[in-house]
Design a protein around this ligand. Sequence first.
Ligand code: HEM
Ligand code: HEM
Length: 133
Amino acid sequence: MNRLTRLHVVTSLVWFAAGSVLGLLLAWEPSRTWAYGFGGRPSLTHVHFQLVGFVTQMIFGVAYHVLPTLSRGSIHSYPLGYLHFFLVNGGLLLFGAGFWWGNLDLLLPGGGLLLFAGFALFLYNIGRSFGQA
Ligand code: HEM
Ligand code: HEM
């Protein structure tokens, strides 16, 4: 397993734990009322922690391992892979906070943009990796 894969897989498990704790907070009173008290939609923080932080990122990690092997090539650029990692995880942190606090001016659009940029970089990197095979 390469380092990039390990980094994505381990981090995805951290988001899974964080997203599940948040889910539990939303399932119980009075923690549910507390979480909604910040004025945002913490259920959407929970959703993106689980579906982007855990599920999508687990797929990123596995893709960085499996796809180049299948195409008998290598990853186009490891540095781009690390940049993709930091964009997605930094973006998700801001994005999750933006939903939770209902911060529509900065955190939500800023985090969303970083997330999107991270996704685009992944597409590019994996696409070029296939091209090298
Ligand atoms: C211990 C694990 C989990 C707990 C306790 C939990 C709890 C909850 C609760 C309480 C809600 C309703 C939130 C609200 O309306 O305020 C919810 C919504 C949701 N959860 Fe989870 N969840 C867990 C794991 C997961 C996982 C693993 C996923 C996906 C991989 C997931 C995906 C979703 C989605 C898509 C919604 C709908 C949110 C929406 O559209 O408003 N959850 N969850
Ligand atoms: C660039 C990345 C992404 C951005 C900017 C983004 C943005 C958003 C926004 C703004 C909403 C709230 C929509 C509303 O106002 O109701 C939302 C909801 C949601 N997103 Fe994302 N999202 C992204 C990626 C993803 C991915 C990769 C998944 C799943 C794998 C996902 C699953 C969901 C789900 C399940 C909901 C809740 C839908 C609902 O119950 O109303 N998102 N997303």
